[in-house]
Write a protein that binds this ligand. Structure first.
Ligand code: SF4
Length: 438
């Protein structure tokens, strides 16, 4: 006989907890909002525990979500919690919303290949660095955002999330074409990757792949704290690329497009990474001409001082200043005079001389990145294929279609999910496919 009362607050946040009959509105690991269906949970537990003799209940107690479980057989508490976690991560998918953007969140299951799109899955650009994009969506609304992300986005209408086991599987498949040696797994997102609820599982899995020597992440740092950094380190993360666009509190808020943005917190995160972990730090400001010119210098000097204070040198560059470019579906701030890359490099060289810090103008070799073989591209530009709509695109009038083992983004298309149709491939860069209806 088992009778267990389990506090589920580590799994679910109450946002606020709301009951509607057998359905409970919860948020999962502060990333996903959704509905827990108690009838489905009961059926799931009966099935997995091979018993029909169960009794369950769920209620709120002093701000905690409490789960009651009773069975005539003996059930281990840790096994039960694992089952609850599995149920939550799979079943919330049906009703899920991104906690930060409020948009519908689509979980990519087995039927979705994780190659072919530029916003989710694995992206290979023909080098030993393989990009891992686990989810979309961001908690900020930066004025220069190249993908118009965040809760105020005017163009993104849906978010996607992939399971870590599938990402790891596809990463291995891509790595098998490159050779399992000197590989970097770079986690980034069309959005903020630290909102990904399975980030630690993903890093652990990548860390176990032979030949993966560097695991890096691009983050705005706002959701990190001391424990999170320690857990990232334990999981195997080796470098954090941290966005710091201004050290001035007001200006940093303005650039992030978010009133609650706190640059002091992000500075503390930079200090924690350097002083409390073995993870390398690379500060990665975006240089927005006319908006943060002086701030870039301050960020460079701040980063240099941080490392000097520790008295250690990193093998990797400590700064990765990025050029603010105009993007077709980006936010493109009106007052900015965008710089061409040649002019941007000249400005970096000038800054290198002025501040006596090198390198600021980076080459891929600075990170040990070099050319490597890629999986074959299955489609050619101009080719007409049969495809099937399997999901909404992120942008208006786009859909995601499946053909063979690749995702294809189809523009100028509003066909419903399940519809089969012909598409003409119009772009094939880096195993990323864009098509139009043929
Ligand atoms: S630039 Fe990065 S942090 Fe800022 S809104 Fe876009 S995805 Fe989010």
């Amino acid at each position: 006989m088992t009778s267990l009362t389990v506090n589920l607050s580590h799994l679910f946040d109450l946002f606020p907890l709301e009951f509607l009959g057998d359905r409970v509105f919860v948020s999962y690991k502060r990333s996903v909002k959704g509905v827990l269906d108690l009838k489905k949970l009961y059926a799931f537990l009966c099935n997995r525990l091979e018993s029909s003799d169960l009794s369950i209940d769920l209620w709120e107690e002093e701000g905690n979500l409490v789960f009651y479980f009773e069975a005539s057989s003996k059930v281990d508490e840790s096994e039960l919690v694992k089952l609850l976690e599995e149920f939550a991560s799979r079943s919330l998918g049906e009703t899920a919303q991104n906690y930060f953007t409020g948009r519908k969140l689509i979980f990519l299951d087995r039927g979705f290949p994780l190659m072919g799109s530029d916003f989710i899955g694995i992206i290979d650009r023909g080098t030993n660095l393989i990009e891992v994009k686990p989810c979309t969506g961001c908690n900020l609304n930066c004025v220069f955002c190249s993908v118009d992300e965040g809760p105020y986005s005017k163009t993104r209408k849906v978010d996607y999330i992939a399971y870590p086991d599938r990402l790891i599987e596809v990463f291995k498949e891509v790595a098998s074409h490159k050779g399992f040696h000197h590989l970097e797994a770079h986690i980034d997102a069309q959005g903020e990757p630290t909102i990904y609820p399975y980030l630690l599982d993903l890093i652990r899995g990548l860390n176990e792949i032979p030949g993966v020597e560097v695991i890096s992440i691009q983050t705005n740092g706002t959701l990190l704290d001391k424990d999170f950094i320690k857990n990232l380190e334990k999981a195997g993360l080796t470098r954090i690329n941290l966005s710091i666009n201004s050290l001035d509190s007001k200006k940093a808020k303005k650039i992030s497009g978010t009133k609650s943005y706190d640059i002091k917190h992000v500075v503390e995160i930079a200090e924690l990474i350097i002083n409390n972990s073995k993870i390398d730090l690379l500060t990665a400001p975006v240089w927005v001409p006319g908006i943060n010119d002086e701030d870039i210098k301050e960020t460079v000097l701040f980063t240099k001082a941080l490392l000097e204070k520790k008295g250690e040198t990193q093998k990797m560059p400590i700064l990765g200043i990025q050029n603010c470019l105009r993007y077709r579906f980006g936010r493109n701030p009106k007052k900015v005079r965008f710089r061409k890359m040649e002019s941007f490099y000249e400005h970096l060289e000038k800054l290198e001389r002025e501040l006596e810090i090198k390198p600021l103008k980076l080459r891929k070799e600075d990170f040990g990145v070099h050319s490597r073989r890629s999986p074959l591209k299955p489609f050619r530009k101009g080719e007409v294929l049969e495809a099937k709509v399997i999901g909404l695109g992120r942008l208006p009038k786009t859909v995601l279609a499946l053909s063979g083992e690749r995702l294809i983004q189809v523009i100028n298309c509003t066909l419903p999910i399940g519809k089969k149709f012909s598409v003409k491939i119009v772009r094939t860069k880096h195993n990323i496919f864009t098509a139009i209806p043929a």
